[in-house]
Design a protein around this ligand. Structure first.
Ligand code: ADP
Ligand code: MG
Length: 331
């Protein structure tokens, strides 16, 4: 029932930034090349994500809002149920904790719109949109006062949204992103913007990292590219001279999704062990790609931890690849 749905939804959507993460990931999955994100009052009153991806057909709009009705697993592989344990949860969860409206258009169809409030869906109606999808989430947690109470200041929630968008933008250098604060209405104020990068993956990533982390990081970054037993590691790691006083400049991704994982952070630390004092932290943006069966990225939807089938392999790959790059750079 509605109350149970709201409790379950709280597992997936803890705060405005987690809603933004789910919506932007959906836009990326839809093949978008441009993603525009707007928020008002730290995302508490409005989050809007506009993409130019493949869209949702009118007949599928209701389905997209139904629990576990994801189009992204085919069910033929039992393991997928585990790997994608939290798939097909985001939109239904958002519909349970806020006022959700989805307008979308696929090729060869007219645009359509559907709304859901407190878990109750409207009928699908015709709409005007030239392509892609607009998802609008208003009044997050309006029906859950207990959760509302735990939200932080608008400023803190806006900061969390910005962090989420920047992390996702790092993982998708060929996609353009715009983030706008539209508190008070109107066009709002662009708080972050990065155009789609061009060139090969390393060029694009280097350009994107420079845009997000600053040219000092980019100028001091070593290119990482290594493979071991089905695990591919790419990205950039900074010279020890560009270390930080905390781990704020560590960005780790597994299969395109941002993660914050003790094992990976420990491996990064281990690689620089001989070159940094205990109070200095390496800066890096590292991407691990592997068969989804080698890693469980859904230990918890909001906590972004991962579980590798072979943790030693992941650790060894990071330590050896980074040490190799540092040695080549004269360390
Ligand atoms: P999941 O992403 O795990 O499949 P969601 O609840 O996030 O589950 O989304 C449900 C479904 O709605 C997706 O599988 C996809 O088919 C569709 N969908 C959601 N957002 C978009 C979007 N921006 N563009 C196209 N399709 C979308
Ligand atoms: Mg999703």
């Amino acid at each position: 029932d509605a109350a149970i749905n709201r409790i379950a939804a709280g597992e997936v959507v803890e705060r405005p930034a987690s809603a933004v993460k789910e919506l932007v990931e959906n836009a990326i999955d839809a093949g978008a090349r441009r993603i525009d994100i707007s928020y008002a009052d730290g995302g508490k009153t409005l989050i809007r994500v506009v993409d130019d991806g493949c869209g949702i057909a009118p007949d599928d709009l209701g389905l997209a809002l139904s629990r576990h009705a994801t189009s992204k697993i085919d069910g033929s592989d039992l393991l997928d149920i585990h790997t994608f344990g939290f798939r097909g949860e985001a939109l239904p969860s958002l519909g349970a904790v806020g006022r959700l409206k989805i307008t979308s258009r696929v090729l060869d169809h007219d645009a359509a719109v559907i709304s859901v409030e407190g878990g109750h869906m409207t009928a699908v109606k015709p709409a005007a949109l030239s392509g892609g999808t607009i998802v609008e989430l208003r009044d997050l947690f309006y029906a859950t006062p207990a959760r509302l109470k735990f939200m932080r200041t608008d400023r803190a929630e806006a900061q969390a949204i910005t962090d989420v968008v920047k992390r996702l933008a790092m993982a998708e250098p060929f996609v353009g992103f715009t983030l706008r604060d539209v508190s008070g209405g109107g066009e709002g104020r662009v708080t972050f913007r990065t155009d789609a990068q061009t060139g090969d993956l390393f060029d694009a990533l280097h350009g994107r990292l420079g845009r997000i982390l600053g040219s000092e990081f980019a100028d001091n970054a070593l290119r990482i590219d290594a493979t071991r037993e089905g695990l591919h590691l790419t990205g950039y790691a900074a010279l020890p001279t560009y270390s930080r006083g905390s781990n704020v400049a560590q960005y780790l991704f597994v299969n395109g999704r941002p993660v914050k994982d003790k094992l990976l952070v420990g491996a990064l630390r281990g690689a620089y062990f001989d070159f940094l004092s205990r109070d200095r932290h390496p800066a890096a943006a590292l991407f691990i790609e592997c068969d989804p069966h080698l890693v469980d990225v859904n230990v918890h939807p909001a906590k972004s931890e991962v579980r590798f089938r072979d943790p030693g392999l992941a650790r060894g790959l990071i330590v050896s690849a980074l040490r190799h790059a540092l040695a080549e750079a004269g360390h």
